[in-house]
Design a protein around this ligand. Sequence first.
Ligand code: ATP
Ligand code: MG
Length: 465
Amino acid sequence: MIKITTEKLSEILDGELVGNGDITLSNISTDSRKPCQDGIFFALKGENFNGHRYVNDAIEQGCRALVVEKLCKISEDAQVAQIIVKNSKLALGKLAKWLKFTLSPQTAAITGSSGKTTVKEMTAAILQQTAHRLGLNNDAVLFTQGNFNNDIGVPLTLLRLTEQTKFAVIELGANHLKEIAYTTKIANPDIAVINNFAHAHLEGFGSLQGVAKAKGEIFLGLKENGTAVINLDCQDLPLWQKNIADREIQSFSIKDPQADYFADDILLLAQGTTFNLHTPAGDMEIYLPYAGMHNVSNALAATALAMKLGANLNDVKQGLHQRMQVKGRLYFEDINDHLTLIDDTYNANVSSMKAAISVLKQQSGFRILVLGDMGELGENSTTCHQQVGEFAKNAQLDCVFTLGEKSQSIAKICGGKAFFNLEDMMAFLIPFVQSKCQQQKVTLLAKGSRSMHMENVISSLKDNL
Ligand code: ATP
Ligand code: MG
């Protein structure tokens, strides 16, 4: 954030200023439990909370301006201004949009059903190389922290911009139509990618076309002279073309050599990949410390984004070489000489389940797959679970276990074993893994939807083995 006065803030937000217009502000808060010196507190309302109740706590934490939907009662001697707006969540977006416009860093935006965070991390790692080459420090690259990708997370991310930021890499997610249309207009990217689309959050979007349509909204916020990046292996250009209009399109693919960014000579290793990268600026051999074909695809997306913003081939090579292991996302952990756990428990949809199964398939030794239900699939739930079951069966793993009602069909198709509560599963799994480890090297991968808390399988194994 940069320094602004309460008067300027109320002007940007088109709000009514009550109190001193000369207070200087330099921080943003939406959480009254956290310290925030000279902060602007946005009193947001959610299903289970109302920030207006906590304005005095926010003042105690150092906030000196309150963005509120109605005048709040605050202590009379507090040197704090209130800015009254119609909707404080939209006001947060408005301020983020203003800051992004004012500082104008080169911006890449990423959406898709899977791999957004991975592509974001890879893109940022490449651009950090670019920044160093240009003599800038790490502050030059701002990127989404964790999974802050919704209609509050995106504005909060952009509000971390400073005068030092040269590149911004922003992840855009969605649970419902119009969410990405909203966040992309705030981010106003120079380049935007739809990494892929799949059966995910179907309850919010109705159908696979609904998912594709929601992702396509990303191009609505693209700059007039911006670039749309599409994955030739998973695209719906006819549906997206209207939003792209006559802007430049670049493509990537792991199958089609016609793509602008293409990979061949791909060698899948247990915990990494090597491949030959083809780009409009030339070719380069790459070592990627991420397992799985899907990560080659993610790397191509990241390369397309970063090169458009100024990265060269060497930046790409060095940046992709960084390993950013994130807990819950294909996180490899060697427990001992005989056991490796792959924690992919953060979330699941059909394509990410298939990607994870392919990674497990590449491992040597005895391979155990532990899957929990996939949620939010509506009427497609049964077919989606069956698809994963067929895929797992074809992967010819050594054992498949499932947890939950919906995923029992996967166990059935694969000739595996279904469990319906964690205790029963662990009572079986712990001695089973112990005995297998005595005979050979074992790799166990656990994955399921967020609601299934499959991380409990991982932690229970770690506690007991
Ligand atoms: P979220 O919607 O939760 O933010 P995301 O799109 O940010 O997810 P990541 O966190 O990068 O996705 O990856 C989540 C999981 O999806 C990974 O652990 C991996 O199993 C799988 N995955 C990653 N990239 C791809 C891809 N390109 N295709 C299919 N599956 C993928
Ligand atoms: Mg993410």
